[in-house]
Design a binder for this molecule. Structure first.
Ligand SMILES: Cc1cc2nc3c(=O)[nH]c(=O)nc-3n(C[C@H](O)[C@H](O)[C@H](O)COP(=O)(O)OP(=O)(O)OC[C@H]3O[C@@H](n4cnc5c(N)ncnc54)[C@H](O)[C@@H]3O)c2cc1C
Length: 458
């Protein structure tokens, strides 16, 4: 006769893409899982904007594949590289490069679609879905009853249960104001953004204006419209762009702001931007706001002393400039599920903290540093200057630099101009100083001559 083994129970709070991914992973690992959400499934899909663009790359897709989940690489338009242009404070057109993603592709999938599809699978496989806004008080009872409790309520929600890790959180305020809008009207073939890359619409396009902020366009999979494009803009505090972003109050006005921005400041990409059209059926296809980059503790305690684990944006909020937030949360979810599946003992604060430290060492700390590099943090200004110049000179280094968005770990050991030089030399085989000496300002970026727009399909 076999002895019945008791099933362990898990509670997951928050049904954003990170919480749902962890809930489904734990269910498939044999846990009895209850997922709590302040919104029902339809509202999660249709009544809110996507939390962010959620562009993710190979390392994150591997984590999703390890959980047996769809990575969307067969359904979403693929990013095969990133084209970068940098203009100086006087609008000098300084740096341009087109970095190819070597051995992986990026996909940006509507977080509402991903959460919805994974939630459907979770419910079909026997997961319990409870629609309830969880409070610190109700969390206490939930954590008392479950063997393992994960809190994935995003940046707000219950995040105050997890103290801010000051040593990992150097910013006291957001570093940018953000504006994003998802659009149709543009295809993904070679004719789109052809002035930036021979890959055309398979590469996303990033423009950095030293005095104002940054603008990015990339292929996207929208929950209803399917293959589409996302714009994401960053405005420096106090900049003129920040005022413009503040005026957006609908998808239409957001797109108007973006068109005017490109007309006045980033004319090299203007024809594509003018071809873009709002997604009329989705009033939530835009978003504005700001994120203060913050890292919190991995373990928290409820009032009754029960340990709970932070997950996703509840653990760490990233400025999206290096696309690390969704990636971090999904990798963290996969690691937690894998560790929980083979753990025999209690899921106490010590276990939770150990998992979190391992996650920070493997991904989180490097993701934060790469975010600070792309934010132009003064600590990395000189290093960044050399790395971006090296990318302009050598396509191999351009690939390595944009590869940090996929796997930020190589940047962990770059902490001086010397180690930046070593990084350049390791990738290119060239002496870094000699390579940098051959850098010349771009002079004038080529301008788009795009004339097509996507013909409406029936
Ligand atoms: C403009 C922008 C662009 C971005 N671009 C990228 C990118 O390109 N790449 C990338 O990797 N990341 C990006 N990110 C970050 C990424 O979008 C987020 O990290 C990710 O979507 C967070 O998912 P989450 O599930 O952790 O949190 P959320 O999506 O915030 O989900 C939390 C859920 O919990 C629910 N909830 C809250 N409180 C409670 C409660 N008390 N009880 C029950 N439920 C509750 C909420 O309603 C929500 O459904 C971007 C972010 C922004 C803002």
């Amino acid at each position: 006769m076999t002895t019945p083994t008791s099933t362990r129970s898990a509670a997951v709070i928050g049904a954003g893409q990170t919480g749902v991914t962890a809930a489904l992973g734990l269910l498939d690992a044999g846990f009895e899982v209850t997922l709590y959400s302040d919104r029902d499934q339809r509202a999660l899909r249709d009544d809110v904007p996507a939390t962010g663009t959620a562009l993710e790359f190979g390392e994150t897709q591997q984590a999703e594949a390890a959980l047996g989940l769809d990575t969307y690489t067969a359904r979403a338009p693929r990013h095969t590289g990133l084209s970068v242009r940098i203009a100086g404070p006087q609008r000098e057109e300084l740096i341009q490069f087109d970095g190819h993603f070597e051995g992986y592709a990026g996909v940006a999938v509507d977080t509402r679609l991903k959460a919805d599809e994974r939630l459907t699978a979770f419910r079909e496989r026997g997961g319990r879905f409870v629609v309830e806004q969880i409070t610190p008080e109700s969390l206490d009872a939930i954590a008392a009853a479950a063997d393992l409790t994960l809190v994935a309520t995003g940046r707000g929600g219950l995040s105050d249960l997890f103290p801010v890790d000051e040593s990992r959180s150097p910013y006291t305020a957001p570093q940018r104001s953000l504006l994003t809008v998802t659009v149709t009207g543009l295809g993904h073939d070679e004719s789109v953004f052809a002035h930036r890359s021979r890959a055309g619409g398979a590469h996303s396009g990033f423009s950095i204006l030293a005095d104002q902020g940054e603008g990015w366009w990339g292929p996207y999979l929208h929950k209803d419209a399917g293959p589409s494009w996302a714009f994401l803009g960053w405005a420096r505090p106090g900049s003129e762009w920040e005022k413009r972003f503040g005026t957006a109050d609908s998808a239409e006005s957001a797109l108007r702001v973006v068109r005017d921005l490109y007309r006045d400041h980033i004319d090299w990409d203007l024809p594509e931007v003018l071809a873009a059209e709002v997604i009329a059926d989705d009033p939530h296809s835009w978003l504005k706001g700001a994120v203060r980059p913050v890292v919190r503790a991995g373990a928290g305690h409820t009032a009754g002393g029960h340990p709970v684990a932070s997950l996703g944006d509840t653990s760490a909020a990233y400025d999206p400039i290096a696309g690390q937030g969704a990636q971090s949360g999904l990798i963290q979810a996969q690691r937690l599920v894998a560790a929980a599946a083979v753990h025999d003992g209690p899921f106490d604060a010590e276990w939770i903290t150990r998992q979190y430290q391992a996650f920070l060492a493997a991904r989180g700390d490097a993701a934060n540093r790469v975010t600070r590099l792309f934010l132009g943090d003064p600590e990395f200004a000189d290093i960044g200057g050399n790395l971006f110049a090296a990318a302009a000179v050598d396509p191999r280094f351009a690939s390595a630099l944009v590869g940090l968005l996929h796997r930020p770990a190589p940047f962990q050991r770059v902490d001086s101009l010397d180690t930046a030089g070593q990084f350049i030399t390791e990738v290119t085989g060239e002496d870094a100083a000699a390579l940098l000496a051959s850098f010349e300002p771009a002079g004038r970026f080529s301008r788009s001559t795009f004339t097509g727009s996507l013909t409406a399909t029936t």
